[in-house]
Design a protein around this ligand. Structure first.
Ligand SMILES: C[S@@+](CC[C@H](N)C(=O)[O-])C[C@H]1O[C@@H](n2cnc3c(N)ncnc32)[C@H](O)[C@@H]1O
Length: 582
């Protein structure tokens, strides 16, 4: 069994691992750019299934400021070229743009706030339209040249060409507006004992090299984009590039190593380096590329159409030794069959050149799906390279953590711990929902009486138990179960908690779970979210009563803390604290 869970079909846009980030500092945003406030608009709460796009219909953002006026009757036609001004960034980092003379709202990929641009209408939606950028007319002050040679092509770092302080401002505003509108908390930012509940965003102290894990793919179809988006001005696009990506020269090659082209399972964008990963990981990538390319007859790259070929994926994970802080690297080569005689020379050459490699695993994925998730791990190269070597990974001075795919960070955990405000007398019960490998709960278990973790994935639950054992933590219990299908006896598995930590994935919490929490009435809920829109929806329910507002108000929102863990990407994390209304 592969304990090292891996991500399937990775293109650079599939960020998501919580990578190691360091100290806590807050960002100051120029007050002049804070939008005028308006009262919360009454609206029906979005359903659990209504994730992302529906929650972020940009037409609503245009109504945030009543001074901006009503939408006119103007509706652009598909294919029409139109002059726009970009107002802000929204879901997936798309620019929220307005037609210059009518104010009609369009979502436009690659548009940056403050920019004037020409765009072509791609498709119409209810109340707004989608467009792609043809040409920048005038850039705004915060535009910068993106340092990555692959910027604009791989689809990962969408805002590298926006100065980091401006990225932070946009993310912070996105969270504040979602909480105000979808959460129905209004824009007035009432001052409580701790000041406004909407906290300034916590920036990432590392703008680059913050990712601890990258997965690259081998292939036989090279994707070569024909359009450059890197220039500060004149970022031209073409219809084909936006709609089908077919403006690329599709070359059949014997060998390509890189990232999947956005939305393509079969085409690979060759990657020389990724600025989000460690320098050493980039050097290893180069070495693997050179070696495998030179030996592509013996070790052919996998063809996603014919399902023939040997080399499938290549994953590099970096971490540090908890004692010495020195860099450690784990490598996973995914192949379609187990042929150690082919892989061994590569392993020998890599570990000789990179002593930082402490583990080399060869996963064998025989299925036709473009995934390494179900790959069977072979014992190959476990020794002497000390497979997994979890003892040496460090997180908040804990040893022996088995790192989850979503790698938790120092900063986020400190904010969660602060949010819990444990009394420290060891009397409190913590319920850690969506606990993954248990790392959040375990990192604060010493101040609690007992931590109960709840998680769907059995392997993650097993890792959580192992994490507890290896750290000598006796007051933690991990339970496997589906929080979307709560059973009647759910609360018989643990005593009533004082504090609930909930960290759902993007769809947020299921209505059944929210109803359960409203009945449970824990003193405090700490909601960790990777999707501020579904988080806002859930906070609305928890704080403003059930459907139709018929249920009594149960929780009070104490704070919403946005955290930027993934610079240059649209991802935003949030930690929200809610207190029971006694
Ligand atoms: C955002 S991750 C949080 C993981 C963990 N708290 C951490 O910080 O690493 C969400 C977790 O919820 C789990 N999950 C997703 N759906 C679930 C469900 N219906 N019931 C229980 N757990 C679920 C996932 O497997 C994943 O481990």
């Amino acid at each position: 069994m592969a304990l090292w869970r891996s991500v399937s079909t990775v293109c650079c846009s599939s960020l998501g691992s919580r990578s190691a980030v360091v100290p806590l500092r807050t960002c100051s945003i120029p007050a002049t750019r804070i939008r005028a406030s308006s009262s919360a608009v009454d609206r029906t709460r979005p359903a659990f299934e209504d994730v992302d796009e529906k929650l972020l219909e940009p037409v609503e953002r245009s109504q945030w400021d009543p001074r901006e006026g009503k939408q006119s009757n103007f509706y652009p036609k598909k294919g029409q070229d139109i002059e726009l001004v970009c107002d802000s960034l929204a879901y997936k980092g798309h620019g929220v743009c307005k037609v210059v003379d009518t104010g009609f709202v369009l979502l436009c990929e690659r548009a940056l706030p403050g920019e004037r641009l020409i765009a072509r209408v791609l498709r119409k939606r209810r109340g707004f339209a989608e467009a792609y950028k043809l040409k920048t007319i005038s850039v705004h002050d915060n535009a910068v040249v993106a340092p990555c040679q692959h910027f604009g092509d791989c689809g990962g770092c969408k805002t590298q060409n926006l100065a980091y302080h401006a990225q932070l401002y946009e993310k912070e505003q996105q969270v504040h507006h979602l909480i105000a509108r979808i959460g129905r908390f209004g824009f007035s930012q009432p001052e409580g004992p701790t000041g406004s509940y909407l906290k300034p965003i916590v920036p990432c102290s590392m703008e680059y090299h913050y990712r601890n894990k990258m997965e690259f793919s081998f292939g036989t179809q090279k994707w070569v984009p024909a359009v450059s988006y890197n220039a500060v001005s004149g970022n031209e696009g073409t219809e084909e590039s936006q709609q089908t990506l077919s403006v690329t020269t599709q070359q059949s090659e014997d060998f390509v190593l890189g990232l999947h082209a956005p939305k393509r399972f079969d085409r690979i964008l060759p990657i020389n380096e990724c600025l989000l990963q460690h320098d050493v990981a980039n050097q290893i990538l180069k070495k693997v590329k050179t070696y495998c390319s030179a030996n592509s007859e013996k070790m052919p790259a996998y063809n996603a159409h014919t399902h023939k070929g040997f080399l499938r994926h290549f994953m590099i994970r970096t971490g540090s030794d908890s004692n010495t802080g020195s860099l450690q690297v784990m490598v996973n080569l995914v192949t379609s069959s187990f042929q150690p005689e082919l892989v061994q020379p590569l392993v020998s050459s890599l570990v000789k050149e990179f002593p930082q490699i402490v583990s080399f695993v060869n996963n064998v994925a025989t299925g036709v799906g473009n995934t390494s998730q179900s790959a069977e791990e072979q014992g190959f190269a476990r020794k002497p390279y000390n497979y997994r070597n979890p003892e040496r990974n460090s997180l908040r001075n804990f040893r022996q953590f088995i790192l989850p795919d979503e790698y938790p960070t120092e900063v986020l955990y400190r904010i969660v711990e602060d949010g819990c405000s444990l009394r420290g007398d060891g009397t409190e019960i913590i319920l850690d929902l969506f606990c993954g490998t248990g790392t959040i709960g375990l990192s604060i278990a010493k101040g609690a009486k007992h931590v109960y973790g709840y998680e769907l994935v059995p392997e993650a639950v097993a890792d959580a138990r192992r994490n507890a054992e290896r750290n000598g933590i006796m007051n933690a219990t991990f339970i496997q179960g589906d929080l979307n299908k709560l059973k009647d006896d759910f609360n018989q598995e643990f005593p009533k908690p004082d504090i609930v930590i909930t960290d759902p994935n993007r769809p947020g919490m299921h209505p059944k779970l929210i109803k359960y929490l409203l009945k449970l009435k824990a003193r405090r809920i700490v909601y960790v979210s990777c999707n501020p829109s579904t988080c806002a929806r859930d906070l609305d329910w928890l704080c403003h009563g059930g459907e139709g507002g018929l249920e009594p108000q149960t929780y009070r929102l104490v704070s919403v803390q946005p955290v930027d863990m993934f610079p240059h990407t649209p991802h935003i994390e949030c930690v929200c604290v809610l207190d029971l209304i006694e």
